[in-house]
Design a binder for this molecule. Structure first.
Ligand code: ARG
Ligand code: ZN
Length: 459
């Protein structure tokens, strides 16, 4: 007995590892291209975002409820938030102190947060919305105009409208409650769960149950008319089309959006089941950022989209939205796959074939600056360069010609199903391609994706 008591006593006396001393969470997420975006020390699980927006004055009143888990013990942590004015912050219901400078909202809770614990941050903020631009001068983020807002965050524009851990690797679920003047329609990702009017304003509540990267989140508004459709398998499609489009553009838009169910039916056998609970489009006629964006479940287009662009943004739902980048330098994994999908759709509908597109890209002379961009690390200014799209797409055709159709389509399918290993890198794709094909492919990958010179086309 004595021995047992002594042993128990001994166990009780083994010094416990000291509780880690709480420290400040990093104010950057560590991406090589956008080091200030994102933060350290926590992982967001859910954003509950509430907006009251007046397009006439561009005044926004907002509140963000951010539910997170501490990944280290924290004395303070940071959220990315740009030129908006924060009026109050609470953590777990208790007022917190905060400092807001240089796009970082640094929050110091009344008590340190312990590693592994969940915590809820509520930020009340407001401001006058503008037309922000990214590092290359393209409009992005919450782009305000007279009858609403066009919202497209890629790569790190989400902080123009809410406090966020703005890195693609911290996916979260979202709810959006957007109140706008009657007559204006607000659209978020996911499903519209309620629409309530009172006192001259309408509140739209959208819920996104599936985890989403912040660059794909959206709370757009405008003179939109909502309409619904569905695929042969019953997947819900919700479209929001600007009433201000010309009659010709309305007709062209209706014609292209009506093809969305066929596009999903065309891609599913190749890519696997459509990964989310709905799809659709926002077609806005008010600002022209010169691009469309694959916002999760509901891409946004400026003006009437063409069929190839809709197919491209649909393909991103698998390649980019479901299977998401570990780092922005691997952007070609999004754009190369979506471009290749777009080529397959165009071929399927009787337009240019994949081979036509391959001939076009490989016909670009070796001296052209196009070939100087190493697409697996293009640099932040060339993130959306032509090479990211077309050299990335042509690489996939080179891969197909090298490994054959059976292995290539197995790679496409399995890549879309790599969620257990997400977030993904180009090295992950090389490993998968070599496993599936049984071929050594490092030279092909290197020539096409890493070298600043024209690779040899594959016949
Ligand atoms: N991912 C978009 C597309 O597939 C392009 C986004 C461009 N973003 C930007 N900030 N320029 O077309
Ligand atoms: Zn794209």
């Amino acid at each position: 007995m004595v021995g047992i008591v002594a042993a128990v006593g001994l166990v009780a006396c083994v010094p416990e590892a000291p509780a880690p001393t709480p420290t400040a969470g990093a104010t950057g997420g560590g991406d090589a291209y956008f080091p200030a975006s994102g933060n350290g020390g926590y992982d967001v699980g859910h954003y509950d975002l509430t907006f009251d927006y007046d397009p006439a004055t561009k005044a926004l009143e907002a509140s963000a409820v951010v539910k997170s888990t501490a990944t280290q013990s924290l004395t303070s942590f940071s959220l990315d938030l740009r030129d908006l004015t924060v009026s109050a912050v609470t953590v777990n219901g208790t007022p917190a102190t905060f400092a807001h400078t240089g796009g970082e909202l640094v929050v110091t809770p009344a008590n340190p947060l312990l590693a592994g614990n969940t915590f809820t941050t509520v930020v009340a903020y407001s401001g006058t919305m503008t037309q922000p631009v990214d590092g290359t001068g393209s409009l992005y983020g919450w782009v305000a105009f007279d009858d609403g807002a066009f919202v497209a965050n890629e790569p790190e524009g989400a902080s123009t409208w809410y406090p966020v851990n703005d890195v693609p690797t911290d996916k979260a679920t979202y709810t959006f409650e957007i109140t706008v003047p009657d007559g204006t329609t607000a659209v978020g990702n996911g499903d519209l769960v309620s629409q309530v009017s009172s006192g001259g304003h309408t509140t739209f509540r959208w819920v996104s149950h599936e985890p989403m990267a912040s660059y794909l989140s959206m709370a757009a508004s405008g003179n939109y008319t909502l309409s619904t459709d569905s695929t042969s398998k019953g997947l819900k499609i919700v479209n929001a089309v600007d009433d201000d489009l010309s009659p010709a553009d309305q007709a062209a838009t209706a014609d292209v959006l009506a093809q969305q169910p066929d596009m999903i039916d065309f891609f599913e056998p190749m890519f696997g089941p459509y990964p989310f609970s709905s799809f659709g489009a926002v077609v806005d006629d008010d600002v022209d950022p010169q691009y469309a964006l694959e916002n999760q479940t509901r891409p946004i287009y400026s003006g009437a989209p063409d069929s190839a662009t809709v197919a491209h943004e649909l393909a991103h739902q698998w390649y980019g939205n479901k299977v998401t980048l570990a780092a922005w330098k691997d952007i070609w994994l999004n754009e190369g796959f979506a471009t290749y999908a777009e080529w397959m759709w165009t071929e399927h509908t009787g337009g240019d074939t994949v081979a036509d597109n391959y001939d076009f890209v490989t016909g670009i002379p070796a001296a052209n600056a196009f070939w100087t961009v190493p697409v697996a690390d293009p640099g932040p200014d060339d993130l959306f360069s032509a090479a990211t799209y077309y050299r990335g797409g042509a690489f996939l055709e080179s891969l197909r010609r090298t490994v054959g159709d059976t292995a290539f389509f197995a790679i496409l399918r399995q890549w879309a199903d790599t969620s257990p290993t997400e977030p993904v890198t180009t090295a992950d794709l090389l490993a998968l391609s070599e496993t599936v094909s049984g071929q050594q492919l490092d030279t092909l990958f290197d020539d096409w994706l890493y070298q600043p010179t024209k690779p040899t086309p594959v016949p």
